[in-house]
Design a protein around this ligand. Structure first.
Ligand SMILES: CC(=O)N[C@H]1[C@@H](OP(=O)(O)OP(=O)(O)OC[C@H]2O[C@@H](n3ccc(=O)[nH]c3=O)[C@H](O)[C@@H]2O)O[C@H](CO)[C@@H](O)[C@@H]1O[C@H](C)C(=O)N[C@@H](C)C(=O)N[C@@H](CCC(=O)O)C(=O)O
Ligand SMILES: Nc1ncnc2c1ncn2[C@@H]1O[C@H](COP(=O)(O)OP(=O)(O)OP(=O)(O)O)[C@@H](O)[C@H]1O
Length: 458
């Protein structure tokens, strides 16, 4: 990218081309006629692709190109989107319109932008009723590829994916722990699972960092969608029939509502995206490739209860996202203790772990630090909205805090005592029970072969 381009002033975001050779996918983008931005995804020890799988692979790669473009599109959000390959079928255009609008909703809100009506991927037969095909696609399924009955289990370094791993291990069968990027923390968690591992490397186009320095728009992107698309390519390449994410039910709840639009930091972890991508893969890639979340029926509290039994992971895992920066310094400890993820995971594990055990994981008692009151207030949605982070619903944070307020070993800690003193009287105690949060819901799309893994949570 020539250094004098201000991406905020560009007119067109272009999906230039994508290619794959020798285990490396190249995804190429540009603003107007500026320099190319090239993202590379490296698939280690990639096997040769059988010719019967080529068409499916090409479709998955094309979707990855379109989805990963969100990191670059956001730098300028120009009024036009151009896809060099030509317009998209309705299902593909719908998926992308939804992903870019909702996945960038936090980005738009925090930058004071309104993306409604601005994101229109070019579609075949443009002018046809966009809304009519939103309700459910009638497109037939792609053919089955006879993919091996093996599961890719993405690992994020935190508690959720480790719970999913153990649930899948409980039913036997082949599974591989897979992660994108070069985090040593995630690598250590993946090793600890005892499963075979697969580490896919992703290099953002260096030009993006230059654009950021030049004052590009910047903010949150739906990174789970990017990881999901990478894993769909991997499933076809290496031969897996299932991709089992660990996105909990609570991820579908909006962070806040603004001018009639729901803003959800975790949109691409939510059920709406899971349905869109799962259906799209069945229609365009292979009818026997299943993409789903194994934790979809469960709240964050149900997940932390399950994780509390997984002691072998206590000295390796971390949910603190500050560990996962590509650039810049990482925290000295696995838990920074300052961010909403640290606060939430501490609070959500507390009802299910002996107190000394919890303190040994975090190295300190976050609920006994007055300075952290604003952080915990936001989690409880008390005088603030839920933080822009991957945390549970306000109501489940309140249920966890209430449970602690009833226990002598926690009652005197600064923030629990403050909850009892200042907040509890404003709440309806009937709505603070922990038990309802531990019940699974029925909404899920888990592949039939993997469904018995739900017994792990009984
Ligand atoms: C680790 C993190 O939280 N990063 C966010 C942070 O980025 P920062 O500038 O502080 O440092 P880097 O992570 O090194 O990124 C440098 C710049 O690169 C761009 N970028 C990075 C990754 C990517 O996939 N696309 C990109 O465009 C971006 O311009 C960075 O500035 O702040 C950024 C700006 O707000 C965020 O975009 C970074 O978020 C990452 C994409 C990220 O991986 N975040 C996850 C921890 C995250 O938010 N996960 C969500 C998943 C929700 C979902 O729907 O997918 C969650 O756990 O809830
Ligand atoms: N780098 C990554 N590579 C592959 N999958 C990832 C990566 N980071 C996160 N994921 C997956 O995305 C989903 C959401 O991530 P999330 O951070 O919520 O989970 P987690 O790290 O397992 O748990 P926690 O909520 O404690 O952080 C999980 O299925 C996780 O495995």
């Amino acid at each position: 990218m020539s250094t004098n381009i201000n991406p905020r002033l560009t007119q067109v975001f272009r999906f230039v081309r994508c290619s794959y050779a020798d285990g490396v996918a190249e995804l190429v983008y540009a603003f107007d006629h500026g320099e190319e931005l090239i993202e590379r995804v490296r698939f280690p020890h990639a096997p040769a692709l059988p010719s019967s799988h080529q068409a499916a692979f090409d479709q998955a790669l094309k979707l990855l190109h379109l989805i990963a473009g969100v990191s670059y599109y956001k730098a300028g959000v120009p009024p036009r989107i151009d896809v060099a390959d030509g317009p998209l079928d309705d299902a593909t255009a719908n998926l992308l319109d939804e992903l870019y609008l909702h996945g960038l909703a936090e980005f738009a809100y925090r930058n004071g932008l309104d993306l409604r009506g601005r994101i229109n991927f070019p579609r075949l037969g443009a002018g046809s009723e966009k809304a009519s095909s939103r309700g459910g696609s009638t497109q037939p399924e792609a053919k089955a590829l006879g993919l091996p009955h093996r599961t890719l289990v993405p690992i994020g370094g935190g508690k959720d994916s480790l719970v999913a791993v153990e649930a899948i291990k409980s039913i036997g069968g082949e599974a591989t722990a897979v992660w994108v990027g070069n985090s040593p923390l995630i690598a250590a968690c993946a090793e600890r699972t005892g499963l075979p591992t697969l580490n896919i490397q992703r290099e953002l186009a260096p030009g993006l960092f230059e654009l950021n320095r030049l004052g590009a728009w910047n903010g949150h992107i739906p990174v789970t969608a990017v990881n999901s698309a990478i894993l769909a390519v991997a499933a076809i390449l290496y031969g897996f029939d299932s991709i089992a994410f660990a996105n909990e039910r609570s991820a579908s709840a909006a962070t806040l509502e603004y001018e009639g639009q729901q803003v959800n930091h975790q949109w691409s972890k939510g059920y709406a995206f899971e349905r869109l991508l799962g259906d799209w893969l069945h229609q365009h890639v292979a009818s026997d490739l299943d993409y789903f979340s194994l934790l979809r029926p469960f709240s964050e509290l149900a997940v932390t209860r399950a994780f509390a039994k997984l002691t072998p992971y206590f000295d390796v895992f971390s949910s603190c996202n500050r560990n996962f920066k590509i650039l810049g310094p990482k925290p000295a400890d696995r838990w920074c203790g300052q961010c909403p993820k640290c606060h939430f995971v501490f609070l959500a594990l507390a009802p299910f772990l002996p107190k000394p055990r919890l303190l040994s994981i975090f190295g300190r008692n976050l609920l006994d630090d007055e300075n952290l009151a604003p952080g915990f207030d936001a989690l409880l949605e008390y005088q603030d909205h839920k933080p822009f982070e991957c945390v549970g619903e306000g109501a489940e944070a309140r249920a966890a805090m209430y449970a602690l307020s009833q226990r002598s070993e926690w009652q005197e800690d600064a923030l629990v005592a403050r909850f009892i003193r200042e907040i509890l009287s404003q709440l309806d105690v009937k709505e603070l029970a922990l038990e309802p949060w531990l019940q699974p819901s029925t909404e899920q799309r888990i592949a039939k072969r993997v469904l018995p893994a739900l017994a792990f949570f009984a």
